[in-house]
Design a protein around this ligand. Structure first.
Ligand SMILES: Cc1ncc(COP(=O)(O)O)c(C=O)c1O
Length: 393
């Protein structure tokens, strides 16, 4: 491990760990402490002025959070990271840190519901102009970029349509216009996609999902390509706005990360089986999964991702009642808004995560009220398909 950079699965287990842990424990302890003590005022002043690395207060810094941040920076190939209390705390803090009144943000037209609300309702109330465009066509972004554009924001694959946005092309265009590119990498995880290596400036995650992977934590993280920016985000925004992650939750995410590669490989295999089966079903009008060769994003996904993930959406047509009946009939797949857990989860975006969008907006995105989103879990894929089969029947 000494001379060669370790592979992903090794980094996910060992990355940034201390050589010797307290009491020779295998695992790092959880530093459940709100404050840290000093032996003298000189020591306290050194810590406050950053002359020493001593910890002061967990809202500013904590060894368990620091380990998670450093490990995530390694996994995303960034320079540093900041842990947050939730994905939304990470997203809103990153946006506030990069924008001021008079600036403009351009985002892809399809976004996770709460992100859509922050971008279209909250930021404009603070004098930030926001614009949604279809970044599936890079020409739309080119046209929309202006001298006041400071941030370009998107998810890829997107939620719930699984569209693929060209990270390299968007980052290059945004960079040339003086804007920062922020990518929500929740669906792909760094195991399948590393946006910072393709030119993005900041990656944000809902660590609630695949990174922790067991549905037992709400957490977020931002990883940056610039260490100075990460320090500013941590001390001027996370610390001051207060969206700090609990050390216990950081430890749960660290535990989840140890099996991230293993889980993502199996998640993907199960998703591919489910997507192929759904695509051949006569009741299913359309399957959205970048792993299918028929998917419009398949080639681009093959270029910028090393795998296709495990989120699969499928459309039962314009009749919402049909989708509602199927969702309620599923038994192994549980009805829930979250994703990325061992359990297969199903949701109806039109009634749940994306209910803020109107029917016309949904149609403009190429989606329909009959859309169902599956987070394909780690159960045996034959049982997952068996459940889909009985529900569709
Ligand atoms: C793609 C995506 N980004 C961000 C979030 C927000 O994360 P959190 O719920 O951890 O605040 C979610 C939550 O579902 C999501 O699906």
């Amino acid at each position: 491990m000494a001379d060669k950079k370790p592979y992903f699965d090794t980094l996910a287990i060992h990355g940034a760990q201390r050589k010797k842990k307290p009491d020779n424990a295998l695992n790092e302890p959880i530093y459940m402490t709100s404050t840290f003590t000093f032996d003298s005022l000189d020591d306290a002043e050194a810590a406050f002025s950053f002359a020493s690395d001593d910890y002061v207060y967990t809202r500013g810094n904590n060894p368990t959070l620091r380990l998670l941040e450093q490990r995530m920076a390694l996994l995303e190939q960034g320079k540093d990271a900041v842990a947050f209390s939730s994905g939304m705390a990470a997203i809103s803090s990153v946006l506030l840190s990069l924008l001021k009144p008079g600036d403009e943000l351009i985002a892809h037209r399809v976004l996770y519901g709460s992100t859509h609300n922050v971008i279209t309702k909250l930021l404009p109330a603070y004098g930030i102009k926001t614009r949604l465009v279809d970044m599936g066509d890079i020409g739309n972004l080119e046209q929309a970029l202006g001298k006041n554009t400071k941030v370009v924001y998107f998810e890829t694959p997107s939620n719930p349509g699984l569209e693929i946005i060209d990270i390299e092309a968007v980052s290059a265009l945004a960079g040339a216009a003086g804007a920062k590119t922020v990518v929500d990498n929740t669906f792909a995880t760094p195991y399948f996609q590393q946006p910072l290596t393709l030119g993005a400036d900041v990656v944000v995650h809902s660590a609630t999902k695949y990174l922790s992977g067991h549905g037992d934590v709400v957490a977020g993280i931002a990883v940056a390509s610039c260490a100075d920016y990460a320090a500013r985000l941590k001390f001027d925004y996370m610390c001051e706005l207060g969206g700090v992650m609990s050390p216990f939750n950081a430890w749960l995410v660290l535990r989840g990360l140890k099996t991230l590669g293993l889980r993502m490989r199996q998640h993907q295999q199960n998703a591919m089986e489910a997507a192929r089966w759904l695509a051949a079903h006569p009741q299913v009008e359309r399957v959205f999964y970048p792993g299918l060769e028929s998917s419009p994003g398949h080639r681009l996904a093959g270029r910028q991702m090393s795998g296709f993930g495990a989120m699969v959406s499928f459309d039962l047509g314009p009749d919402q009642a049909k989708a509602r009946a199927v969702v309620e009939k599923l038994a192994l797949a549980r009805l829930a808004v979250s994703l990325g857990d061992c359990e297969t989860l199903v949701e109806h975006p039109f009634a749940m995560t994306h209910r803020g969008y109107g029917a016309e907006e949904i149609a403009a995105m190429g989606l329909s009220p009959g859309l169902i989103r599956l987070s394909v879990g780690l159960e045996d894929w034959r049982d997952i398909i068996g459940d889909l089969e009985q529900a569709l029947r």
